[in-house]
Design a protein around this ligand. Sequence first.
Ligand SMILES: Cc1ncc(COP(=O)(O)O)c(C=O)c1O
Length: 393
Amino acid sequence: MKYDFDTIIDRRGTDTVKIGRLKELFGKEDLIPLWVADMDFETPPFIRKALEDRFRHPIFGYTIAFEDYWQSIISWLKYLHGWEIRREWLTYIPGIVKGIGLAIVHFTGKGDHVIIQPPVYHPFRMVTERNGRVVQNNPLIWDGTRYQMDLDHMEDVLKRRRCPLLVLSNPHNPGGCMWSKETLADLAHICYKYNVTVISDEIHADMPMFGNRHTPFTSVSQEAAQVGIVFGAPSKTFNMAGLVSSFAVIENPQLRKAFYGFLHACELDDPTLIATIATHAAYSQGKEWHRQMLDYVENNINYVVTQLPRLIPLIKAPRPEASFLVWLDCRDLKKAGIEDIPGFFTGAGLALNDGSMFGPGGEGFMRLNVGCPKIILEKALEQLYDHYRSIIC
Ligand SMILES: Cc1ncc(COP(=O)(O)O)c(C=O)c1O
């Protein structure tokens, strides 16, 4: 079956963040929304059908998380990443960011330092600070096309200061990097040495592009398995973020007992009816849709990374290794007198994420979401080019 990724779906009237917060955050509404990290493709028909079938029954009472739901997660991780996990390693969490918040509350105390590696998905910082913890930045190093981790700096920090927790974006949002097995093992080695628990947020893991492969953090070494907690979800991959279905995987029995005990005590490990149905449908019926979606998004990425620098050579658009976010290096726009880079994009009628929101090192970058019908990207690039010409001519 050929799935449809080309149709433009009108999302107005659905309270979607991508459109509903344009005025508040960008000052106007008539912008092409290429920001929030969900896709503009329809949630796959087999997921909608599974929910519709259940919704036909008139009672939505307390529901058991059926065994096939858990098994579908286990099978998917093996199918896609060759990662074999055991049923007891797995539990439900009510969203990845909420899971990170819960881990911060559980593993750290007020005033403790939590390591993050900016520029990185901004809720890592927000959840830390909102809970009265202190962000310890270990900035990533940009090599012109991708980021590298500065593990020497991290070790220097850990020699001086106790940091009980590190939150890792694997693959990396916004940079689109897939961390290598070696990098993850080196990171795990340091964290093991200094007794740092690692939350590896792997929400973008199922979208490796251009033949890359994802490496689950805890799979890289014994040390990683001791210190690591992996968070995953079908929400990005199958465009069902609003259904709130995520999971955690912990191999280390002591870590599991502590964290899962805490979740269980608060019944936060109890999946909702829609989470189980949608996740099971995604993972048990989603292989073909997933393959076609990756092909479509790869094609969109290729279009942007070749066309955009051709139209505006001052913007660099390196190809991401994973997911549907392209991290545009726009710093050279200043050479053309364009000082307000986010304002340049808004002026062109586009809503992208301003790189500075992701923390130090993000200034001058913009994050472009290409998970949409290609025709929208074509229009966006046309508008951007016209705006650029109107400024520099
Ligand atoms: C790296 C990363 N983690 C977590 C999330 C959000 O996950 P959730 O909606 O499950 O909290 C996002 C969404 O953009 C993300 O990019």
